[in-house]
Design a protein around this ligand. Structure first.
Ligand code: GRF
Length: 341
C-alpha cells in the first residue's frame, strides 16, 4: 500500500475524487489532506470521508517547511497530489519529494499556465483568446510554476457558446479521469516490480515454519522440466532474483539425495540391478527350463518316477523365479531409494 497526501485550498472535488478512487482498494491510500485555508470546504469533505485533515497557516508553509515534512514522513507519505492548492510550496518540500509531487492544472500546458493562472482565470482567458480546445494537465511540480514534465494531458472542445463556468465543468470531468491515472503512473514508476515468492517460501509461510533450504548457486542448477515452477517460472528471468530463486525440486533433491527422474543413475544402481536380475530371475528360470526338459526325456525313457520328480522341481523353480522376480521388482526400488543399495 502506498500512502499519498492531497494538498488543497478550495472546494476539493478532485481531492474527493482521489479518495473515492483509491481508498476502497489496496494499492494506493489517500492518508492525509493538508490545507492552507482554515475554512476551506475541502476540510469537511475529507472529514466525512474519514481522511485525516490538517490546517497549516500560510506562515508555516513559508517559514517552517520542516513541520510539513515531519507530518508527511510520520504518515509515510510517498506521493503528494496538489488538487487546487494555491499556497506557496517551499523548495525544501519540492526537493524532498522530487518527481513525486503532482499538480493538476485546468488548461493544456504550457498554454495558459504560470503566475496568476488558476481556476476561473484560466477558463476566462481561454474563451477570451478564442481557443477551440482546452483541457487539463497533470504535471510534476518543480521549482518553476506550471513548468514541470507533463504526466497526463487531455483535451476538451471549447464551443462558441461556452462560458468560463461551462468550460470549467467540462474540464473538471476530464480532471477526474486524468488525476488518478497520473497518480497511478507515478506510484507504479516508484514501486519495484513484485518478486513472486518461490514455492519453498510460499509453503514455509503457509505452514509457519522457517525455510531452511539453502540457496543453490546458479551455476550448480540442473535443468528441470518436470516442475511447473522450474525454468519456466518468470522469476528466473528477473534480474533481482536470478541467483536467489531455486525451484523446490532442485533444492530438496540436493538436500536429501532422494532419487528423481532427471539425475543420471549412479553406476552402482546399474550393477546391482543386473546382478539381482541374474540371481533372482534368470538363474531360477534356466533351472526351471532344464527340469521341464527333463520331464519329457524321463517320460520317454519310461522313468515315470523321474519324470514326476523333474516336473515337481520345474514347478518349484518356476515359483521361485516368479517370487524372486516380484520381490526384486517391488523391493529393489524402495530399498535403493532408502540407500541400502
Ligand atoms: C481544478 O480545476 C484544478 O485544475 C485547479 O484547481 C481546481 C480545483 O478544483 N488546480 P477542485 O477544488 O478540485 O474542485
Amino acid at each position: 500500500m502506498t500512502n499519498i497526501a492531497v494538498f488543497a485550498s478550495g472546494n476539493g472535488s478532485n481531492a474527493v475524487n482521489l479518495v473515492k478512487t483509491f481508498n476502497s482498494g489496496n494499492r494506493i491510500h489517500v492518508a492525509l489532506c493538508l490545507t492552507d485555508r482554515e475554512n476551506a470546504p475541502v476540510i469537511e469533505k475529507m472529514n466525512e470521508l474519514g481522511v485525516e485533515t490538517i490546517y497549516f497557516p500560510r506562515n508555516v508553509w513559508k517559514e517552517d517547511p520542516q513541520a510539513i515534512l515531519d507530518t508527511l514522513r510520520q504518515r509515510d507519505i510517498k506521493v503528494i497530489a496538489l488538487a487546487g492548492f494555491l499556497c506557496f510550496l517551499s523548495e525544501d518540500i519540492v526537493n524532498a519529494y522530487e518527481g513525486r509531487i503532482l499538480n493538476i492544472h485546468p488548461s493544456l500546458l504550457p498554454a495558459f499556465g504560470g503566475k496568476g493562472m488558476h481556476g476561473a482565470n484560466v477558463h476566462k482567458a481561454v474563451i477570451e483568446a478564442g481557443e477551440t480546445k482546452s483541457g487539463a494537465t497533470v504535471h510534476v511540480v518543480t521549482n518553476e510554476i506550471d513548468a514541470g514534465p507533463i504526466v497526463v494531458q487531455r483535451e476538451v472542445a471549447v464551443l462558441p457558446d461556452d462560458t468560463p463556468e461551462s468550460l470549467e465543468a467540462k474540464v473538471h470531468e476530464v480532471e477526474y479521469l486524468i488525476f488518478p491515472e497520473a497518480v497511478m503512473k507515478t506510484v507504479a514508476s516508484m514501486t519495484p516490480p513484485a518478486v513472486p515468492k518461490s514455492v519453498d517460501d510460499a509453503w514455509a509461510e503457509a505452514l509457519g515454519v522457517p525455510n531452511n533450504v539453502p540457496p543453490v548457486p546458479q551455476k550448480d542448477r540442473q535443468p528441470d522440466n518436470s516442475t511447473t515452477d522450474g525454468p519456466h517460472n518468470p522469476t528466473d528471468s528477473h534480474p533481482l532474483n536470478a541467483t536467489a530463486y531455486q525451484p523446490y525440486k532442485t533444492a530438496s533433491r540436493q538436500a536429501n539425495t532422494a532419487a528423481t527422474t532427471t539425475e543420471p543413475m549412479p553406476p552402482t544402481f546399474l550393477v546391482w540391478s543386473v546382478i539381482m536380475t541374474i540371481l533372482c530371475c534368470t538363474i531360477p528360470g534356466i533351472v526351471a527350463i532344464i527340469y521341464s526338459a527333463k520331464v519329457s526325456s524321463r517320460f520317454y525313457e519310461g522313468d515315470m518316477e523321474g519324470a514326476r520328480r523333474a516336473s515337481r522341481n520345474a514347478e518349484i523353480w518356476i515359483i521361485i523365479s516368479f517370487v524372486l522376480g516380484v520381490i526384486t521388482n517391488t523391493l529393489y526400488i524402495p530399498l535403493s531409494i532408502a540407500g541400502l543399495f
